[in-house]
Design a protein around this ligand. Structure first.
Ligand code: AMP
Length: 113
């Protein structure tokens, strides 16, 4: 399988603004932010899409959500943020290495586009 863009960031082969890292995940700033705060919470394990995850990924998936809460506290986001997973090209996914988008710092309309 070809190396994903996010694997290259995880392996420090290409630069990114890394805000947090542990053995399971990495958090970077999105290069094309859609809100004043736009983070990508990425598992180190390559799971192409959320719908490709299986039971053995349960710990990883839970961990990503907990990291989101941790980042909100660390960046003082006032407990106000939105998490998004684009699953599949028709849903807007462009990088096929699972990631959560964390958006904050502006009014977030509902329903999203
Ligand atoms: P998605 O379209 O849901 O797959 O999200 C991929 C995200 O990765 C987009 O929001 C891009 O702006 C972001 N992105 C692409 N390349 C980079 C990069 N080199 N560093 C940080 N974010 C990136």
């Amino acid at each position: 399988m070809p190396t994903t863009l996010f694997e290259k960031i995880i392996n420090k082969e290409i630069p990114a603004e890394i805000l947090y890292e542990d053995d399971i995940s990495i958090v970077i700033k999105d290069i094309n932010p859609q809100a004043p705060t736009h983070l990508l919470i990425i598992p180190k394990k390559v799971i192409p899409k959320l719908s490709d995850a299986n039971q053995e990924d349960q710990k990883i998936l839970g961990h990503l959500m907990l990291v989101a809460g941790k980042m909100s506290q660390q960046l003082k986001l006032d407990d106000t943020f939105r998490l998004i997973v684009n699953n599949g090209a028709k849903a807007g996914q462009s990088v096929f290495h699972l990631h959560l988008h964390l958006l904050s710092g502006r009014a977030l309309n509902w329903p999203p586009g």
